[in-house]
Design a protein around this ligand. Sequence first.
Ligand code: SF4
Length: 336
Amino acid sequence: MEKEAMLWEPKDGGKVRCRLCSHRCVIGERNRGFCGVRENRKGTLYTLNYALASSVSPDPIEKKPLFNFYPGTSVFSLGTIGCNFRCSYCQNYTISQTDLDETARHLTEYLPQKAVELARDYDCMGLAWTYNEPTIWFEYTYDSAKLAKENGLYTVYVTNGYMTEEALDTIAPYLDAMNIDIKGFKEEFYNKMTSAKLNPVLETVRRAVDKGIHIELTYLIIPTKNDSEKEIGEFIDWVAGIDDRVPVHFTRFHPDYKMIDLHPTPLPTLQRAREMGLEKLKYVYTGNVVGDKGENTYCYNCNEPIIKRWGFSVKGLNLKDMNKCPNCGARIDIRR
Ligand code: SF4
C-alpha cells in the first residue's frame, strides 16, 4: 500500500529531502531513498510499504529484548522489509536487505485496526514493530501506535535508533518503550559495518530517556570487532552518564549473512561484559545464552533474585507492592 509520506520537504529541481532518519536522503524524481521503501513521485515523497508486513507473531516481550518492561507478557510483533543500515552480519537480512519490488507479492496487509484486533485475539498487551527497522515504515507505526494507545495497549520499537529528532518527537507521545541497538562504540565501526554513524544513535538514546520512554539497550558483542574491554567500558561509562537504571543487554553474536568467518561470542566474554556493567549500572543482562544467570533480574542493592528466566520465559516474579525488593526494600525499576 502506498501513501504520502510524513516528514519530508521539497527541494529544488523536483527533488525531496526525507527527514525521517539521519541519512536525510535527498531523492530525485522516481528515485528511492537509501532504505529502498520511500520514493519521490513528481516532487512528493511516498511510503511504499504502509501496512505491508513480512513477519507477524505474538512474541514474549523478553524476545525484543525488554526485561524491565511488563515482564512475562506477550506482544503482537510486526516487521516489514528494508532497512536504513547495511549490517554485514544482519540475522534478518532476508527481510532487511531485500528489494521491495521482488518481495512485494509475499507481503501481507495488516492495517492498524487489524493489528490491534489480532493483539487482543492473541492475549497480547501491546504492539511491537521489530524484525527490521521500524522507522522505515514510520507512517504505519505512527497510525498503529495511536490506535493501540486508544485501545489500552502498550507500544514498542525495536530499533537501530537512527531516527531524526523530528521523527522521535512525532511518535514519542504514542511510544512506551524502545530497545535500541548500540552496535559498537566507535564511529569507525558504524561507518564500516553499518553504513551509518554512531552519534545520531547516541542522541536518540539521550532524547528518548529525557522523554520518559522506557529504554533498554542491546550491545551485540562481535568477536574481534567490538569486543575490547576498552570499547565496552567506554559504552558502559556513557550509559551510566545518562542513567544507571537503563537496562543493558550484552548479547551473543552468531555468524550470519556476510560475516560467517567468525565464531560465536565466547560465554566468558559476555559474562565479563556483564560484570563490568554491574560495577556502574543497575540492570545488566547476557543474551542468546539460555540458562546463564545473566538472564535473571537481581536487586542491584542486595542481589536478591527478582525475576528468574529461562530464555524468553519468565519463571518467577519476586516483587513486593510498589516494586520493592522483598529482601531489602530497594525500588526495582520495572514497568508493569
Ligand atoms: S528513511 Fe532514511 S534512508 Fe529512508 S529515505 Fe528517509 S532518510 Fe533515506
